[in-house]
Write a protein that binds this ligand. Structure first.
Ligand code: HAM
Length: 419
């Protein structure tokens, strides 16, 4: 039997309503903050991610679904949304738009060849927002407040926001130099990934899952001490404004994020709900001031976040929050014989085109089984069609909630249900 690829999932009809509720709510909140949808292709030139996300990252090194197209170009299934949005900003010359920053959201499947684990998929749906074209701590705060608003709007309580500043380019460089000096003499005590990171991206050593208890990580230099005055002032304003609007956060100086483009504000939202599983990150993001230039674009800066719907669902489950099931169909039509079965299709057609959701049993089972089916489909009303009903032109319309019946003319069913 052919099986679904590892790390992917079918979202079955009985479950898809949860996705629809979440997606609608995300869209509504983003629109309230005046962010609008930008859709980019599912695949992009591999170089976009190599340059944008960074050659030293796990995403680019280990996780990309890369293929050669029939024209011999290297393409990659999108592993994240920021680099494509930056590409689109540049390509569509959005820097000339009078509305700056350009505020967009996306909700798209992303692909990463990761080891299968709870909350970690090879195809997942990431919702993200990006505000590109203005640099001001207030925009960072806007993005963070939207992020908290989203999770709180679903009733989640066990949330913990961690923030850090990676500083500007100069601060980042000074810090990286200090880390190399700190780790280099004893780098052979670290995993092979960290031994590579010392040359390519030393900050990522702080984030290593394998070596996190090593004493050199515990007593590593702290980034805050390497931030220049400007970067410190930026970070202080972000923190002040967050406090002003009542957003709780904790500063985590080891939070460096797994992608190379970050500068200044970086953040992650974690769930501390019991039973959430090992991967507790719900959402991550930050400011990326050099990304557009790195992609040969204008000197514009941006900030955003990405979150998967899969992990949001896990958080809801861990906190016992249920999403409302959609209402069932308006009407279920039971049929007693071939004649009524054949005529029921016409009636259904008429009802549906008038906007009434209706269904029937195409297997022509016994009445009892049809009634059960109506129950399963959570029909609000049921009618039974037989010879007698067609002769009289009237049916008993049964309200399934209170059991009451009403004798209605078949011709007037639509009008009655519409009312
Ligand atoms: P990221 O931290 O790589 O950042 O991913 C953001 C979020 O995507 C994670 O917090 C998680 O919710 C979800 N996610 C990532 N990988 C998986 C996976 N394998 N399975 C399920 N969910 C996953 C970014 O992607 C940046 N583009 C975020 C950003 C936007 N930064 C600035 N703007």
């Amino acid at each position: 039997m052919i099986q679904i690829p590892r790390g992917t999932q079918d979202i079955l009809p009985g479950e898809s309503y949860k996705w629809q509720i979440i997606e609608d709510q995300l869209r509504e909140i983003a629109t309230n903050y005046n962010y609008h949808e930008l859709r980019t292709p599912i695949f992009e030139a591999t170089e976009l991610f190599e340059r944008g996300v960074g050659g030293s990252t796990d995403i680019v090194n280990k996780e990309m679904y890369t293929f050669e197209d029939k024209g011999g170009r290297s393409m990659t299934l999108r592993p994240e949304g920021t680099a494509p949005i930056a590409r689109s900003y540049i390509e569509n010359k959005m820097q000339h738009d009078v509305n700056q920053p350009i505020k967009v959201f996306y909700k798209e499947p992303m692909f990463r060849y990761e080891r299968r684990q709870k909350g970690r998929y090879r195809q997942f749906v990431q919702f993200g927002v990006e505000a590109i074209g203005a640099e001001n701590p207030l925009i960072d705060v806007e993005v963070l407040s939207m992020l908290m608003h989203i999770y709180q709007s679903f009733g989640l309580k066990n949330l913990k926001l961690y923030i850090n500043s990676i500083g500007d380019h100069d601060s980042r460089k000074a810090y990286n130099d200090a880390l190399v000096e700190h780790f280099k003499p004893r780098i052979d005590e670290f995993c092979s990934d960290c031994q590579n990171r010392i040359d390519t991206n030393p900050m990522r050593i702080l984030d290593c899952k394998k070596d996190r208890d090593h004493e050199l990580i515990q007593n590593a230099p702290v980034i805050y001490n390497f931030l220049n005055d400007e970067s410190k002032a930026y970070f202080e304003t972000v923190k002040e404004k967050l406090t002003e609007i009542g957003i709780d956060y904790e500063v985590d100086y080891n939070l460096v994020r797994g992608l190379d483009y970050y500068t200044h504000t970086a953040f992650e939202l974690m769930s501390n709900a019991e039973g959430f599983g090992a991967i507790t990150t719900l959402c991550g993001g930050g400011r990326y001031n050099g990304l557009l230039e790195l992609l040969d674009g204008p000197k514009e800066t941006g900030i955003g976040f990405g979150m998967s719907i899969e992990r949001l669902l896990l958080a809801l489950e861990a906190e016992g929050i249920k999403l409302d099931k959609p209402k069932g169909i308006d009407l279920y039509v039971c049929t007693l014989d071939d004649q009524s079965f054949n005529k029921a299709g016409t009636l259904l057609h008429e009802l549906r085109t008038k906007g009434i959701s209706a269904d029937m049993d195409y297997k022509q089972r016994k009445l009892k089984a049809q009634m059960k089916d109506a129950d399963r489909k959570r029909a609000q009303y049921v009618i039974v069609l037989g010879e007698q009903e067609f002769e009289s032109g009237r049916v008993e319309l049964k309200n399934m909630e209170n059991g009451e019946t009403q004798n209605v003319q078949i011709d007037e069913l639509v009008k009655y249900l519409e009312d």
